[in-house]
Design a protein around this ligand. Sequence first.
Ligand SMILES: [Zn+2]
Length: 175
Amino acid sequence: MAISYAKLNNGTWGIRAQGVQVSAGDQVMVLTKAGVAKPERVAKIVWSAADGSVMLAAIEPKTTGTTGPKAYKPNPSQFAGHEADATEFETYSQKNAARVNAAFASCGCVAYTSVFTVNRWDAQGYRVAPGQAPVQVQTMRPKFDDPADKQKVTGWVWTLTPLFCSHQVVKAVKG
Ligand SMILES: [Zn+2]
């Protein structure tokens, strides 16, 4: 039995439940491509196989009235020391991950697992190998331009983020 994210016909992200019955209102753990389990609440069943072995379901948005990346609530402490890229790629969103994974489909590298910014590779002790060009991936980043509350997400903007995968980096040699 497995529950994973799936793009629904209406373009929103829902879940695919295989070998497990879900119903509206259920709290479920959904496994991302990166192997991280995330809690979601089933909003409604949109499709079910005749024998019930596979179901597609809509999920409730994290914040009332919004869907997708807009529902993301950043936790500033999570990004301590990584503020520069926290405003871009490190701001996790399902849509960013899907775009990044599509951009690296040919080698199979996965967002937040084997695909990072230069800064994040550097923080992990790797540098970009000579001659490697970044893959520019269009991602969304939050705007924090409320003068009264700098922690508040006021909107989302598109940005091009240069990313490298594990095939393009080498272990940095110190000294
Ligand atoms: Zn790769």
